[in-house]
Write a protein that binds this ligand. Sequence first.
Ligand code: SF4
Length: 257
Amino acid sequence: MCGMATLKAEGLKAEGLGAAGRRFGPGDAGWLAAHAANASAEALVAAVLQDGAWGRVAVVSSFGAESAVLLDIVAEVNRAAPVLFVDTGRLFPETLVYARDLAAHLGLADVRWISPDMDEVARVDPKALRWSYDPDGCCAVRKVAPLARALEGFDTWISGRKRFQADTRAQLAKVEADGGRLKVNPLADWSAAMLAGRAAERRLPPHPLVAEGYPSIGCMPCTTRVQPGEDPRAGRWRGWDKTECGIHAPPGSEPAF
Ligand code: SF4
């Protein structure tokens, strides 16, 4: 196992990462991904939040079905770490309650509720039905743009994505380049069983909709129940050739229809 001390000893700072005004590029991400490939999630989160080499760091969470484990690991390192939560205005009411309850349970002190620009929403999605004919456009105004604005003051962000979640995430690296920032995926190599085991061990409160057949939870209009044997994310944008909201879409990906 590669622990935090090992990550530091291998020279993150010596490489000049995290220097003032420095933007991160694919070379940085590739180097870090190689060095962090076998790091535990705990060690990687600790390194990113504590050693200063990664610049200003935010955690991004949907407070969805599998969010509790990463947030618990973060809270164990630094309860004051900024956590960005995009409230699209179309989330399940259960998610909003869960976000408050889980944050309180973990003692997270800086959860930032990020909202869309409501003038822009009124212009682009006046009837709140854009999801039904242009989900990419709806996600762009309700999720992608608000998160982009919220991330402006940060150099690195931590996401909870896992390889097992979908075929499109099967090759997910633990560190990626993201437009001048680093995106860190500490749980990339975790399985569903590992997540469940950790959640049980730590007695983490589950999202209430998981028990109702939702293993992946996004906005209410775009999330349906998943049948046994289906991909856990099969209930997201069902019927559309769309698998990501745009926050995590690979550069150059095709529009969804
Ligand atoms: S998930 Fe659906 S409702 Fe939510 S922002 Fe995207 S298209 Fe709109």
